[in-house]
Design a protein around this ligand. Structure first.
Ligand code: ASP
Length: 325
């Protein structure tokens, strides 16, 4: 097959996409995919493309990243993001971000302007100030509403501690607020990159870090394999080092579709007795793409040299969850 370069794939999150948000979700991934792909088409690099696509989704209230991020158990916002350059294996990540407008841009600053990979909390806020990054309050009415609904549900079920949340979610999947955003791309030169950004799980305990900023778990890029961005219950992606595992499958010769589907099958096979929703997008240096999930939906889009506008979807290859979840 002739390389399909450049190509960009993005997701706006796996989970239950309620009807009230679907139209905006599709419009959001459509806009972000165009933005990122135009950079690639003009000869720009994969890193710039995934950063700008993810920033566009961070700026869109419908997604759980940047403005519109999910709220923690105590109603605060703690955003996280990461970015990775498949050419150099350079990576940057941030966590516990309260008010930086574009966490993925701060992650890129960590990657390019510090000797570190992952900076959280106060240190990350100071770095954002040093680089004059825009600040904004990410709270929105919609997330407040979701927070209240979930909190009430927990209280009615007389659950006193968050440990029980997974049990609750197993029977109330539609309460689970996911919708992290991610982008992966290959540019004309064959360099791949990945970026992922999130507000994290609704009602997470403050201080909880998910998969999105953890290199190899929610995000990975390597020119010798491909790139991958994950969405879903972060704890699962962490336990399976999911993004890197999917990339390793491409390294061993699997297509991105096989890599994404095999990884979700592995999630289904290995992870039992916990709320289980995961989604993955994958791309290889030839521009072949893949997408799979075990959640009811995954909002995603792609563009290649042969698509005149973004192809947008609410489902990809859907792999049934085990009965226990
Ligand atoms: N993976 C994210 C997390 O666990 C949530 C999501 O994908 O929406 O923080």
């Amino acid at each position: 097959m002739k390389p399909q370069r450049p190509t960009l794939v993005i997701h706006g999150g796996a989970g239950e996409w309620r009807l009230e948000r679907r139209e905006k979700g599709i419009a959001g991934v459509n806009r972000a995919a165009k933005l990122g792909f135009n950079i690639l088409k003009g000869g720009g690099n994969a890193l710039d493309a995934v950063e700008s696509a993810v920033m566009s989704m961070e700026d869109n209230e419908v997604f759980n990243a940047g403005i519109g991020s999910s709220l923690t158990f105590t109603r605060s916002v703690e955003m996280e993001a990461s970015i990775m350059d498949g050419k150099t294996l350079s990576a940057g990540a941030v966590g516990l971000i309260a008010d930086v407008k574009n966490p993925v841009h701060l992650a890129r600053i960590v990657m390019e302007n510090t000797d570190h990979v992952f900076i959280v909390g106060r240190g990350a806020a100071k770095l954002a100030a040093a680089f004059n990054l825009k600040r904004q309050d990410p709270h929105t009415d919609l997330r407040e509403k979701y927070w209240r609904e979930l909190k009430e549900k927990i209280e009615r079920s007389e659950l006193s501690y968050l440990q029980k949340l997974s049990k609750l979610l197993r029977t109330n999947q539609n309460l689970l607020s996911l919708d992290t955003v991610g982008g992966i791309a290959v540019d004309k030169k064959g360099n791949v990159a990945a970026a992922t950004s999130t507000g994290g799980l609704s009602l997470k305990i403050p201080g909880r870090i998910g998969d999105s900023p953890l290199i190899g778990c929610g995000n990975y890029a390597d020119n010798e394999a491909g790139a991958c961005s994950a969405t879903g219950i972060g704890e699962i992606a962490i336990r399976l080092v999911l993004a890197k595992s999917a990339c390793d499958q491409m390294r061993r010769g699997h297509t991105p579709q096989e890599a994404a589907a095999n990884s979700i099958k592995e999630v289904n096979r290995r992870i039992k007795n916990t709320a289980n929703q995961m989604g993955l997008i994958a791309i290889d240096p030839r521009g072949r793409i893949g997408a799979a999930h075990n959640s009811p939906h995954m909002c995603w889009a792609y563009m290649t040299p042969t698509t005149s506008s973004p192809k947008t979807f609410f489902k990809a290859e859907t792999l049934k969850r085990p009965p226990s979840s």
